[in-house]
Design a protein around this ligand. Structure first.
Ligand code: ADP
Ligand code: MG
Length: 281
């Protein structure tokens, strides 16, 4: 990664609110909220003017307490939810000149299938639990226009092998698998179309510590091998510390601090970040 490289993904002033706002909260300046919530009208401001750049081969960590807007941000980027306003540019799509949020539903589907992979905290969101594991991978490949069954089977085997699902279990349904294995199937699926970007939302939250360590280790290895760019969301700073080159800290829907992960760990500036870092020690 170098300062001179162009970002692979750029997000500008992404806003996502639930509710239509009122004269107390309608304008960003002077908005008086209780955390992210307007007590006058009940509107929730989940993401407020979030901007970020993700560079080739980089892992950008996003850390923040529960409710700070991390998953909303990831859902907006993956088009699981519509933004209220904002811009997103992908280097791999129209040379980064077109705001993805203004593309048609069909183009968004193309972008999501070819250029991004996502792993959800809850495997039920990312997998069909009753399908075979290899069928789950084929599904994403079919969505990207693949039709060659033999090639998809070969690719599915290769991917599942990469995430240490033994060959003899590939036709088994994820519902039979442990939590760690389900996350590994999700990772294989997310990688199936060789996307330049991977979105990981709390992928190890809720797993036993030793399983968590295995999954994080796998992600680290795959990232190095494939030189893929990753947006890594977690409420847990120790997960971020293990994987992220740079880190953004979110609080109440806003970015309160960002920088090199080492710098943030050594010299946190914002009171909330200081508290997070101290709780690690
Ligand atoms: P995090 O992932 O950081 O825990 P989320 O992005 O899930 O946070 O949530 C951010 C805020 O948005 C929370 O206050 C949450 O209650 C609110 N929120 C998320 N989805 C909705 C929704 N569909 N309607 C209303 N509020 C929502
Ligand atoms: Mg979340």
């Amino acid at each position: 990664m170098g300062e001179s490289a162009a970002p692979i993904l750029t997000i500008k002033n992404l806003n996502k609110q639930f509710g239509s706002g009122c004269d107390q909260c309608g304008s960003r300046a002077g908005r008086k909220l209780d955390k992210n919530y307007c007590p006058a009208c009940g509107t929730v401001y989940s993401c407020q003017d979030i901007s970020l750049e993700l560079y080739p081969g980089e892992v950008l960590g996003i850390v923040g307490e529960s409710g700070s807007g991390k998953s909303t941000l990831m859902r907006c980027i993956y088009f699981d939810q519509e933004v209220t306003s904002g811009e997103a540019y992908l280097q791999a799509y129209k040379e980064g000149r077109s705001n993805l949020f203004e593309e048609s539903a069909q183009q968004k589907r193309f972008i999501r299938n070819h250029l991004m992979g996502k792993v959800y905290q809850n495997p039920v969101m990312g997998l069909r639990m009753q399908f075979t594991s290899i069928g789950n991978i084929a599904e994403k490949m079919i969505a990207a226009g693949n039709r060659n069954v033999g090639a998809m089977e070969a690719r599915g085997r290769e991917l599942l092998d990469r995430v240490y699902i033994p060959v003899y279990r590939m036709k088994e349904a994820p519902k039979n698998f442990s939590g760690g294995m389900q996350q590994r199937v999700q990772i294989a699926k997310a990688l199936s179309n060789n996307p330049p970007i991977l979105l990981l939302d709390e992928v190890t939250t809720g797993l036993d510590l030793s399983v968590q360590a295995n999954v994080l280790d796998l992600i680290k290895h795959l990232q190095r091998e494939l030189n893929i760019s990753i947006l890594l969301v977690s409420h847990d700073l120790s997960v971020i510390r293990m994987l992220a080159d740079r880190t953004m800290v979110m609080l109440n829907g806003q970015v309160v601090e960002q920088g090199l992960t080492d710098q943030i760990l050594e010299d946190p500036q914002h009171a909330y970040t200081q508290q997070l870092v101290h709780s690690l020690l």
